[in-house]
Design a protein around this ligand. Structure first.
Ligand code: BGC
Ligand code: ZN
Length: 355
């Protein structure tokens, strides 16, 4: 295996972290098939790993918010260097205007799949000790957290909430596309906010994912068994769709059954595929006549990480078994080949690196 040099603190606000574990996702698998990702300049390799949990082992002299022993989850995106990029200068590199942002473990900066990593305190989030066993899920959960923040902002264009309950999603129906980790964590976040949640995904049920989804009070529906028209009958009017499947066909199909004033949020990043037919005129007509909003979102800002940490505690209270079961397996580093290049199994697979 590659010997990557051990990192050291070089700036007073930096922190040295011992990696505990790293989650594997579709992005990592795509990087390993060269469909995605970019190594650092003048490097012929990229250290993977963007979903990490670690423990602080050393702090620079000007670190104020972290102490040795703290559990931390790092963010992924780093700002572009351009003075005119208002978003990056604001600490909102998730809305970078230039495209010259970097992402640890994905785009031009090495990731966290190492024994130690060094990061500026500004990019680290403290996690309560009680979340030790599930905190590796914070990063994938930020996808849903940012999506939800966007949803409320978009819907502030009208009086969306019907006031039928104490939570903002009360009385509303949400559809989650896909039952991978981003979909399941998104379903949990939507349930916490009071939505009625359907998860529409291919695999024929019952299966472990459908069991998990149904156990938390969402309803799993297999798109292989239940076609679009029958699905629409089951759900009734759909107020929002949270796409977490990365497949265009099913996404554009479900877009057809979105309700008036509805919001469709894309989070999946499909690889390039041959063109497929979509009913473009029908959709365009509907988007206009139904005041629909279709938005994309990529993660994530600091608030999304903070919200994810808060929500994970809530998930742990409500569904202790289900949230643990989102992590399908913990593996030693030696299993990397199977995890990254073999057939995808389970929900979230994790590589254990340290304590
Ligand atoms: C990561 C995000 C990243 C996105 C695009 C996802 O897998 O979780 O942090 O922004 O890929 O590169
Ligand atoms: Zn990921």
């Amino acid at each position: 295996m590659l010997q990557h040099p051990a990192p050291a603190i070089t700036a007073p606000t930096e922190v040295r972290i011992k990696t505990i574990e790293v989650g594997i996702c579709g992005t990592d698998r795509e990087i390993c098939s060269f469909a995605y990702g970019t190594p650092p300049e003048r490097s012929d390799y990229l250290v993977l790993g963007h979903e990490a949990l670690g423990r602080v082992v050393e702090v620079g002299p000007r670190v104020t918010g972290l102490r040795v022993g703290d559990l931390v989850v790092p963010t992924v995106r780093r700002p572009c260097p351009h003075g005119h990029c208002v978003s990056c200068r604001d600490g909102r590199q998730d809305f970078c205007f230039t495209g010259d942002f970097t992402e640890r473990g994905i785009k031009m900066v090495h990731g966290y799949m190492t024994e130690f990593f060094v990061e500026d305190e500004a990019h680290l989030n403290v996690v309560p000790a009680g979340l030790r066993d599930i905190a590796v899920l914070v990063e994938p959960l930020t996808v849903a957290e940012k999506a939800l923040t966007q949803l409320w902002q978009v819907q502030s264009r009208l009086n969306w909430s019907d006031g039928s309950g104490p939570t903002p999603g009360a009385g509303k129906t949400a559809v989650v596309l896909g039952a991978g980790p981003v979909g399941i964590l998104g379903a949990m976040a939507l349930l916490v906010r009071g939505f009625r949640v359907f998860v529409y995904s291919r695999s024929t049920d019952p299966n472990p994912k459908s069991d998990l989804v149904n156990s938390i009070g969402a309803r799993y529906v297999s798109s292989d068994k239940v076609g679009l028209a029958d699905f629409a009958d089951l759900t009734g009017p759909i107020d929002m769709v949270y796409e977490a499947v990365g497949v265009a066909k099913i996404a554009f199909d479900v877009m057809k059954i979105l309700r008036l004033n509805g919001v469709f949020i894309f989070t999946g990043i499909p690889a390039e595929q041959p063109a497929i037919p979509v009913e473009a005129d029908t959709l365009m007509r509907q988007v206009v006549l139904k005041n629909q909003a279709i938005i994309g979102t990529v993660n994530a800002d600091r608030d999304a990480f903070q919200n994810a940490i808060r929500d994970l505690s809530e998930f742990q209270k409500r569904w202790p078994a289900a949230i643990r079961n989102v992590i399908s397996g913990r593996h030693p580093m030696e299993n990397y080949r199977e995890l990254l290049l073999g057939k995808q199994t389970g929900i979230k697979q994790v590589i254990t690196i340290g304590q």
